[in-house]
Design a protein around this ligand. Sequence first.
Ligand code: UD1
Length: 326
Amino acid sequence: MKVFLIAGARPNFMKIAPLYREARRRPVECKIVHTGQHYDYQMSQAFFDDLELPQPHYFLDAGSGSHAVQTARIMIAFEEVCRKDRPDLVIVVGDVNSTLACSIVAKKMLIEVAHVEAGLRSYDLTMPEEINRMVTDAISDYFFVTEQSGMDNLLKEGKPAEKVFLVGHVMIDNLFHQVKRLEQGAEIQPGVKQIKERFTEYGFMTLHRPSNVDSRTKLLGILEALEEISRGLPLIFPVHPRTRKMLLRHGLELPENVAAFDPLGFRDALYLWKDARVVLTDSGGLQEETTALGVPCITIRENTERPITVEKGTNVLAGCSKEGIL
Ligand code: UD1
C-alpha cells in the first residue's frame, strides 16, 4: 500500500512526524509530500530537523500568494505527482491551504483521503481555516478526530459512524516525544537558553492570524495590551513573517519589554513556552499543547474550534480587544 503524507505549513510538520515514524514500522510505503506553502528555513526545514523527519520525497514549491494562487499552485503540482506516482491513500492533516488543495486533487482522481484532525468547527466562515476544514471533511473518506466536539460535529453532518475515529491527537504524541528529547539534553540555541536564564518569570507569545495583524487598529490594540502586560511580566515573542511584515507596513513597534525573535524551531519554542508563566497566542495548536502540559493559555481570538481546551484545559478565550486581553 502506498500512502502520501501531506505537509505544507508550519503547523503540519508536528502532525506528520509521529505518523511517519509509525508508518515506517509497518508494511506501508509512506512518502512525504511538502507543498512548499512555508519555505523559509525557520518556518520549514528547522522543523524537519527538530522533528527528525527525512527530506520530503516530493517538494511542490508552491510558495506564498493569495489564497486562490497558493491553492491553485499546490493543486496543479500535486495532480502531476499523483499522475506519475499514484498513491492508494492521501493523508492530510489540519486545516491549512495545503490540506484543502491536496484533498480536492486526490478525490477528483478517485484516490481515498484520510483527514487527521477532522471535525473541528469554529463556525466562523471569516476564518480561511474553517472553510478548509469544512471542504476537506465534506469529501474525505476517513476521519481521525482529536476531541469529542469533532465526533459530534461529523456525526451531525451525517458522516457514517464506521468512518469516524476518536483517536486523540498526533500533535500531542509529538509533544510528549519532544519533551522527552529535551529531558535527554537535546540541543537548544544559545540565544534561546540565554533569554530563559535572564528572566525568572516570563510570558511567551505568538501572533500571526490575518484577522489580528492585517488591520492596523486591531494590531495597535493588541500591542497596547502587550505594553501593559509586559510592564509586570517580560514577554518572549518569536515573530511570524506575516506579523513582521504588517508591523513594518503599519509603522508600529513592539513594546520595550517584549523580546522579539525570528520564528523559532519546534524544540527551541517548546523549551521556552513549557516554563512560561502564561502563553498568549492566536495559534490553534498552542491552545492544545499548553493544555496538555498544564501551562495557562490566553487565546487572542473570539472563538475556538478546540473547545476541549477551554472546558477541560488551561485555555481562556480573551477576544482580540485590548480590554479583553488585559
Ligand atoms: C498559514 C495557515 C494558518 C497557520 C499558519 C501558521 C492557511 C490558510 N493559513 O498562515 O492556518 O496557522 O500558516 O504559520 O493555510 N511567509 C514567509 N515565509 C514563509 C511563509 C510565509 O515569509 O516561509 C510570509 C509571506 O509573506 C506570506 C505570509 O507569510 O505572504 C503568510 O503566509 P501564508 O502561508 O499565506 O499564511 P500564514 O499566515 O502563514
